[in-house]
Every structure is written in structure tokens, then in C-alpha cells.
Design a binder for this molecule. Structure first.
Ligand code: PMP
Length: 364
């Protein structure tokens, strides 16, 4: 049976999202049309917008639907007329949005260096946006977003937070963020839909122009079904308890550490997402491990998985100062709420099998 340990890449579609989308499939209309059909679709989209806004303590007008977090990040960064400071561990969709970005380093624990951030904020005179993710997709490390925000506010900078991986999994103070990027598919919603949440009205230049939808911040007919599924997933994310998964992840790490002294845990640090573990198997490249686990029916990933199957050394682990010989042998295990103890047993058995086989090959 296939074992899925790659929730940070995408989560299975939840039943509530599926139902909401199935119901939406019977409704025909373009939300911009003024006839009854159009009004019906508009009413459902606005209801979804209200539910999502409520989750982020934002006003409904502040929810700008997009095709996902990549687009939301581009709208925030490329749409902002001023300087951008990004952390060294941002997702590629933030890191590559603007070539003129200023990069703020992280320490060996993968946490933003607040002293350097303050120095950068002091230096920059233009309107500035600080972009720091809530939790990293590769390591799970949670960033001190409230402290980042306090510093940014001291220098009148806008705070943008890519909260994709943290939503529902750790408690976050939305009040300290001005702009929030969200993706539905990490929450059990459908792929290809997300939002930029504007908790504060920031003058952003639209990246897609045309019909003037989404208050002209993002033209294009709304992804009606996707938005329905997105709202249902957000609703579900309100009442989730990840404590059991944190304990399961911790047990996986403890058991593996006991079984094999050569297993290294690159991010066994707190605060960290409750579901994520980064494990290095000495001498065995990540891509080889991903393939071997796949042959055994286990889905895990090497570093950032959402880069079209490309396997490249991890910029995030490099920024933390993890030596190349360890980072190139690292895999990411990311669990979901439906993961169980027996899956940990199956994973550990497979890990040991791959390790023993490859070590005997290396000795030959
Ligand atoms: N930011 C982070 C932190 C992510 O993990 C991802 C998805 N890997 C994205 C942005 C991009 O999201 P989407 O797939 O919705 O474009």
C-alpha cells in the first residue's frame, strides 16, 4: 500500500473540499455576468471570500484570489513599488520574483538574523517590504514573525508573509502581517487556487490586467470551483490538532536515532512544524533515496519538491550552513493528520533496508 509522507508538497483533497466543488459543478455562470446565473456564482464566491477573510482576521475586500501562492507572492513582490528585503530561506517563488531583492541571512538554526534585518531596514530609505515566511517548506523551521513585524513597523516597512506551510499547523498572529500568501492545496483544498490576503491596503500594481476582477488587483475569471474547495479547506483548518502528529514525528526521529547512529537529523530544532523532519543518510544521494523509497511504495521528497522534479542542492540548507555532503543526502518527511504509527514502522524498516544495501555496495 502506498504510504504518503509528502504533505508539504501537497495534501490529499479533503472530503469537505470535494463536496463543495461537486455542488458547485451544477451551477453555471460567470461571476461577472449580471443575470441570475452570474449572480448565483458571485454570491457563492463572496460567501467563500467572507469565510477565508474571517480566518485571517481580514476584511473580505482584502482577499485577492489567485492561482496559488506563487502568483500571490508575485503580486505582493512585483506589484510593490519600493525595496524588498527577503529572508535567505524563502520559497523560490519569493526568492526569484525580484532580481533587485536584498537578502537577509538566517543563522545555523535556520532562523532569520534579526540584527542584520534591523541594519538593512536602517540603511534603506525607500518604501520597503519585508518578506519572511511563517514556516519553511523544506525544514519546517518556524520564523519569529512577530519580532520581524515589530522591527519592520519600527521602520514603517510593509510585512509580507508566505504562510503556506504554517496555516492550520501552528498558531499564528495574523495581526502582525500586512500581506499573507496562501495556497489551498497544502490545506486539503484543490491545486491551482490561493490568495493574497491584504490585511492592510497596500498599493500594489496588478500583474494580470484585463477584466478588472478582484478589485483590479488580479484580472481573469475567478476559479469558481477552486474557490469553493479552498473555503471548505480553510474552514476545516480551524479546528485541527497536530499534537498527535508532532508526537508521531518525534517518535520516528527517536526510533531512527536509536536504530542507526549514522542517521542525521538536520533540523531537529524548535520551533518547527509538527509534521516535518529532514533526515540525512550518509553517502546516499537524496535522489537515490527518493527512488528507493518510491520503489517500496513510500512517497517522500528531496529538499524542495515543488520545483518540477528537478533535484538540485538545497539553497535553504546551504543558507543554514549545513555541509554539502550532508545536505545532498537529505530527504524530507512531511506527515498529515491521517498518518499513523504503523506508517512510521514501515518507513523505518525501509530506511534501514536502503541504508544496509547501499552501505554494503559502498564497501564493495
Ligand atoms: N510558498 C511555499 C512556502 C510553498 O511551500 C509553496 C508550494 N511548494 C509555494 C509558496 C507555492 O505555492 P503554489 O503551489 O500554490 O504556487
Amino acid at each position: 500500500m502506498n504510504l504518503y509522507f509528502d504533505y508539504n508538497a501537497t495534501a490529499p483533497l479533503c472530503e469537505e473540499s470535494k463536496q463543495a466543488m461537486l455542488e458547485g459543478m451544477d451551477v453555471t455562470g460567470n461571476a461577472s455576468s449580471i443575470h441570475q446565473n452570474g449572480r448565483r456564482v458571485r454570491q457563492k464566491i463572496e460567501q467563500a471570500r467572507e469565510e477565508i477573510a474571517d480566518f485571517f482576521k481580514a476584511s473580505p475586500a482584502g482577499v485577492i484570489f489567485t492561482s496559488g501562492a506563487t502568483e500571490a507572492n508575485h503580486l505582493a513582490l512585483c506589484g510593490f513599488e519600493g525595496r524588498i528585503i527577503v529572508s535567505a530561506i524563502e520559497h523560490d517563488s519569493v526568492d526569484q520574483a525580484r532580481t533587485d531583492r536584498v537578502v537577509c541571512p538566517v543563522n545555523a538554526k535556520g532562523v532569520l538574523d534579526l540584527e542584520v534585518l534591523e541594519d538593512l531596514l536602517k540603511e534603506i530609505e525607500d518604501p520597503t517590504m519585508v518578506c519572511v515566511m511563517a514556516a519553511n517548506n523544506e525544514t519546517g523551521i518556524v520564523q519569529p514573525i512577530e519580532e520581524v513585524s515589530a522591527l519592520a513597523k519600527k521602520y514603517e516597512a510593509v510585512v509580507h508573509c508566505d504562510a503556506v506551510q504554517a496555516i492550520g499547523r501552528v498558531s499564528l498572529s495574523w495581526e502582525c502581517m500586512d500581506l499573507i500568501s496562501v495556497s489551498a492545496h497544502k490545506l486539503g483544498g484543490p491545486q491551482g487556487v490561493g490568495a493574497l490576503i491584504m490585511r492592510k491596503e497596500v498599493p500594489l500594481k496588478a500583474q494580470l490586467r484585463g477584466g478588472g476582477q478582484e478589485r483590479s488587483f488580479r484580472s481573469g475569471t475567478e476559479n469558481f470551483l477552486g474557490i469553493l474547495g479552498f473555503a471548505a479547506a480553510i474552514k476545516k483548518a480551524r479546528n485541527q490538532n497536530w499534537k498527535g502528529i508532532k508526537d508521531l514525528r518525534d517518535r520516528l526521529e527517536e526510533r531512527l536515532a536509536k536504530q542507526c547512529s549514522e542517521a542525521s537529523f538536520l533540523t531537529r530544532l524548535e520551533p518547527r512544524l509538527p509534521n516535518t523532519s529532514v533526515i540525512a543518510m550518509k553517502g546516499v544521494k537524496s535522489a537515490t533515496q527518493v527512488m528507493s523509497f518510491d520503489l517500496a511504495g513510500i512517497a517522500i521528497s528531496a529538499g524542495a519538491a515543488c520545483s518540477s522534479g528537478r533535484v538540485k542542492s538545497s539553497r535553504v540548507l546551504r543558507a543554514m550552513g549545513v555541509p554539502e555532503d550532508l545536505s545532498e543526502c537529505a530527504i524530507r518527511v512531511s506527515m498529515g493528520l491521517d498518518c499513523e504509527e504503523r506508517m512510521v514502522g514501515q518507513f523505518l524498516e525501509t530506511w534501514m533496508k536502503i541504508y544496509t544495501q547501499t552501505q554494503s555496495q559502498l564497501r564493495r
